[in-house]
Design a protein around this ligand. Structure first.
Ligand SMILES: Nc1nc2c(c(=O)[nH]1)N[C@H]1C(S)=C(S)[C@@H](COP(=O)(O)O)O[C@H]1N2
Ligand SMILES: [Mo]
Length: 251
């Protein structure tokens, strides 16, 4: 595993969970970024998950606020212990499923397509946030259009070359202009730690939607919940309007 970026702490398999002394309990606390408040979710999918014994999602910083203090820093996340490195020689992105023409892209193919740059706030559902972070790459809609989505296609499933992480969007969400197949972050090629050479970037949603080490885009009929979504997070992960929050959107 490459974890060489100086600013990134060790990987946290449990999505920021602090195993030291955080009670795994009946309540799941989510830090409320910006408001400085703490949201409590009871009786929702996360709680059912906890009582069902799968407590990995609940075991997080109970306030999320401590993560805010250092400020403006990304946390490194990977659900797997090590991830292979891929570069221009061996990176491939495959689009398949309910499309007229499956395709495989290399980095140079992606670079040849029209590029889009967005500058928005990044927000992890556990509470930390990095304001005004540039991402650039190809709109996902460009890649979907090039493959020709079949009339029965209704959703998109994303897979990653870590072999484990998955994500999903409805086709309507996937076609938004602020959803990118990103090759640059902070105006540099995306580092391995941040999911390079290519990650998904879903600007209006919590950062768990932005699958790192993207290798597959499959058009499906229905949404298939992704890795964290099967563990209780919302599939529709709009910032400020999901995962137990109903504050105004922040992006
Ligand atoms: N493949 C993969 N993508 C992933 C994750 C992961 O563990 N594996 N974690 C998600 C979560 S919860 C967050 S907050 C961001 C973290 O991105 P970063 O490591 O670049 O800060 O990646 C998202 N995409
Ligand atoms: Mo996250």
């Amino acid at each position: 595993m490459s974890n060489s970026d100086s600013e990134v702490p060790a990987p946290r398999k449990d999505h920021g969970a602090d195993r030291r002394g955080t009670p795994v309990g009946r309540r799941v606390l989510l830090g409320m970024v910006g408001l400085g408040a703490v949201g409590v979710v009871t009786g929702g999918p996360l709680e059912r998950l906890v009582s069902g014994g799968l407590d990995v999602v609940a075991r997080k910083d109970p306030t999320g606020l401590s993560d805010l203090l250092p400020g403006n820093r990304f946390r490194y996340y990977s659900v797997t212990g090590s991830v292979p490195e891929r570069d221009e020689t061996d990176y491939r992105l495959k689009i398949d499923g309910l499309v007229a023409e499956p395709k495989t892209y290399r980095l140079a193919d992606l670079a040849a397509l029209p590029q889009e740059r967005l500058v928005r706030d990044v927000q992890c559902v556990t509470g930390w946030r990095v304001p005004r972070t540039p991402f650039a790459g190809v709109r996902l809609s460009t890649i979907l259009d090039a493959a020709g989505v079949s009339p029965d296609g209704g959703a998109v499933r994303f897979t990653c070359f870590d072999g484990e992480y998955t994500e999903s969007l409805t086709l309507e969400q996937a076609r938004r202009p602020d959803v990118l197949v990103a090759t640059a972050m902070e105006d540099k090629p995306i580092s391995h730690s941040h999911g390079g050479p290519v990650r998904l970037y879903v600007a209006p949603m919590y950062f768990y939607k932005s699958a790192k080490w993207l290798s597959g885009i499959t058009v499906t009929k229905d949404v298939r919940p992704g890795y964290w979504e099967r563990l209780g997070y919302d599939v529709d992960a709009w910032v400020g309007r999901s995962n137990g929050r109903d504050d105004a959107p922040t992006v």
